[in-house]
Design a binder for this molecule. Structure first.
Ligand code: AMP
Length: 483
């Protein structure tokens, strides 16, 4: 007989199960409440988008886009045709171009492949690795610049990155994020309004911190930095590159490569042997242009006014291309090396890059999986799965009464377990206990005959007789006390 193979969740993905999902729900409800008090509305963008959106927004050179995206050509005919042409080309390439005809045929195939590749680019789609690009796309598509500005949106949902899975790092993970987008009115110099931008940055950071405080997240640390703008950052990057070239031999292969591709990322390095060298590198804070320096100083002043404690970290550069000026990262208890629970920053210009009007933007993304891990680590895992009331019944008439009672109790918002078949009361009470019920409502012939229900409080084992109305009043009172 063939061995039965068990299906398992794909590596890097997992099932979220009760009772843990109650904590997930609490976290998302809290986000909704807290963000709502800051004037944010929820956006639910799709999980698939054109691959080009992420290439353009996040950057083709980032790990997220170049290595980790789940993407495919969303046209089976085209996909098949491309494979065929590629195979043919491979065959042709191995033949010497002995005469003009063969060479011509090859050129033609190459041209066809080029055309196909272009077409394929247009129909290539990806599972979203992050949501800021989608929110900006939606802002443009729905002409949100015509709404009162700024537009404040928050989201929650799964993101997908083909990363090496480990604790706190998954291939399908969840983010809770928010974005503030504001079109720059025509003729307004986008570099002006530095004080206003700084206040928006500080309020967004204040909001995340308020959310974490509401959840009781522990050991929360906020780090901030400014990474300059299109004016001062390129000059700093060149300076950094020149300094890194002087110490190239002492750096590891990753950092050596990054000197060419993205010198800022060298500052991210966790390699022990590189720490001393990095400490001596020029710092961007000392090379900010006047506007960026003024904005950074104002963000710090604003955070102070709002009572938000922070530390400056000049090495905080963030991995995505679109950030400018304010960047920040938040860490929390118990997350080991993957301890960043939130990352964010300002991204003026991203909407324009995606084809919209000049627009300012600031946002963040919280890793919900890590947030949950940290809450669990701190013993804030929350409510175990429980029932308020277990309805134990015996006999046909009792079942009818039990169904009615369960309907009323559920309508009043109680969690009710109603066994589908009758059970001896001893067994039923054992099950009620296992489920963590607070009360067992016992309905047998006696109770039906007298209209007096038997109610057992499971915590102390006490038992009492009461009418339906008295019972409803009692449970309602105990619910108010516990909530
Ligand atoms: P990023 O979009 O890379 O700025 O990430 C924002 C936050 O999402 C990080 O601080 C993490 O908390 C979380 N995050 C990013 N990648 C993953 C992943 N593969 N698994 C779990 N959480 C992640």
């Amino acid at each position: 007989m063939a061995e039965k193979k068990k299906f398992q969740a794909i590596k890097g993905t997992r099932d979220l199960l009760p009772p843990e999902t109650e904590l997930w729900d609490r976290v998302e409800q809290t986000a909704r409440k807290v963000f709502g008090t800051f004037g944010f509305g929820e956006i639910r963008p799709p999980m698939i988008e054109r691959t080009r959106l992420f290439e353009r927004a996040v950057g083709s050179d980032t790990d997220i886009v170049s290595k980790e995206m789940f993407n495919w050509v969303d046209d089976p005919d085209l996909s098949g045709a491309m494979t065929k042409i590629r195979d043919e080309m491979r065959k042709t390439e191995t033949l010497p171009a002995v005469d003009g005809t063969a060479a011509h045929a090859m050129l033609e195939k190459q041209a066809r492949l080029g055309a196909f590749n272009n077409l394929a680019e247009r129909v290539r789609v990806a599972l979203r690795p992050e949501a800021t690009a989608s929110v900006c796309r939606a802002y443009i598509e729905h002409e949100m610049h015509a709404l009162p500005q700024p537009v404040k949106l928050w989201y929650t949902g799964p993101m997908f990155r083909r990363e090496r899975p480990q604790k706190g790092r998954y291939r399908q993970f969840y983010q809770i994020g928010a974005e503030v987008l504001e079109m720059v009115p025509p003729n307004q110099d986008p570099t002006k309004n530095i004080g206003k931008d700084a206040a928006v940055d500080a309020e967004v950071i204040e909001m995340v911190m308020a959310f974490f405080a509401r959840l009781g997240l522990e050991s929360v640390k906020l780090e901030i930095n400014s990474i300059g703008d299109r004016d001062c950052r390129p000059k700093y990057v060149e300076l950094l590159r020149a300094e890194l070239l002087k110490v190239k031999e002492k750096l590891g292969p990753d950092s050596q490569r990054r000197i060419e591709t993205n010198p800022l990322r060298v500052l991210d390095s966790k390699l022990e042997s590189e720490q001393g060298i990095i400490a001596g590198l020029p710092r961007i804070v000392d090379h900010l242009c006047t506007n960026c320096a003024a904005q950074y100083a104002e963000v710090k002043r604003q955070l102070g006014m709002r009572g938000v404690p922070y530390a400056e970290n000049w090495r905080l550069v963030r991995g995505l291309d679109y950030y400018m000026r304010t960047t920040f990262e938040i860490t929390a208890l118990g997350l080991g090396s993957q301890n960043a629970v939130c990352g964010g920053g300002r991204y003026d210009g991203l909407v324009e890059l995606l084809g919209g009007q000049p627009t300012k933007g600031i946002g963040f993304a919280i890793g919900e999986d890590r947030l949950i891990l940290s809450l669990q680590e701190a013993g804030k895992g929350g409510t175990p799965q429980s029932r308020d009331i277990f309805v134990a019944w015996m006999g046909e008439r009792a079942q009818a009464a039990a169904i009615l009672a369960a309907q009323k109790l559920r309508a009043a918002g109680f969690r009710v377990e109603l066994p589908p078949v009758e059970q001896k009361f001893g067994r039923a009470l054992g099950q009620a206990d296992k489920l963590g019920a607070r009360y067992a409502l016992i309905l047998g012939d006696d109770e039906i005959a007298t209209g007096q229900w038997t109610v057992k409080t499971l915590a102390d084992g006490s038992q009492a007789k009461m009418s339906e109305a008295q019972f409803l009043e009692m449970v309602a009172r105990s619910k108010t006390l516990s909530s």
